[in-house]
Write a protein that binds this ligand. Structure first.
Ligand code: DX5
Ligand code: ZN
Length: 239
């Protein structure tokens, strides 16, 4: 039997977590990823910020490509004009490429560009195409691109920093996103990003999303392996 595609392996594992790497020790990223692997994590989340779409500047394609890992690379592009940049992230080994609906006039072109490329890790694996929204954007903004997206990612905070509080509007927004996805009649993954901690992961998991992003609560500078296992156990308990 053929190996599962990225979409299929996430669908089979859902709900699952994708761990943000920005607060890991960036000088020893391979070690940090090893900790995630050993804990049973399958997805690592790269927060790419360009200093224009959002205030912070973080990493680019060379960092996404730097570490060879069996983890699936989940690349969240908080950059303007992503249609001009997605190809570099695919070449760097992205398994998921998520662009923001607010990042330019051409989210379609960005998602079409990703769809036209092969996964650099394994051409048979496919690439998951994500569309993301910041909290101020009506959820209906996903509707025009739903036929091109495999993932809807609702960001619960203002993009820029880890460690902010989970947005109170998120449960209602997830519900609306689920309605729009159901109406589109396609199997689309639903994800949530920002403010997920050990304190609220059980509540977030109960909201019924497929991918839960958690960054600073795992790489807290103290006990990443224990934190990752705690988060995985919490989402497994919600299945
Ligand atoms: C927001 C990013 C998030 C964020 C997650 O700017 O998209 O991925 O860094 O970090 P925590 O889990 O610390 O809120
Ligand atoms: Zn993110």
């Amino acid at each position: 039997m053929a190996n599962p595609t990225v979409f299929e392996s996430i669908r089979a594992a859902a709900p699952t977590i994708s761990v943000g790497m920005l607060t890991a020790d960036l000088g020893h990223l391979a070690d940090a990823f090893g900790v995630l692997e050993k804990s049973g994590v399958r997805l690592v989340h790269y927060d790419v910020m360009d200093g224009c779409f959002c205030p912070m500047t973080t990493i680019g394609p060379p960092v996404v490509g730097a570490v060879k890992t069996p983890l699936l690379k989940d690349v969240h592009l908080m950059v303007n004009e992503p249609e001009r940049k997605v190809a570099d992230y695919v070449r760097a080994g992205a398994d998921i490429v998520t662009v923001h609906a607010e990042a330019g006039a051409y989210p379609h072109r960005a998602l079409q560009e990703v769809a036209s490329m092969e996964n650099a890790n394994d051409p048979a694996r496919g690439i998951v195409r994500g569309i993301a929204l910041v909290p101020g954007t009506p959820v209906e903004a996903i509707e025009p691109v739903l036929d091109l997206a495999d993932l809807v990612l609702l960001v619960t905070i203002n993009p820029g920093w880890g460690g902010q509080a989970f947005g109170a509007q998120t449960p209602r927004r997830l519900e609306r996103a689920r309605e729009l996805i159901d109406a589109a009649g396609r199997d689309v993954l639903l994800g949530v990003d920002g403010g997920v901690t050990r304190g609220n992961i059980h509540d977030v998991a109960a909201l019924g999303c497929d991918i839960i992003i958690t960054g600073s609560a795992v790489f807290d500078g103290k006990a990443p392996a224990e934190n990752a296992r705690f988060m995985l156990d919490a989402v497994a308990g919600s299945r």
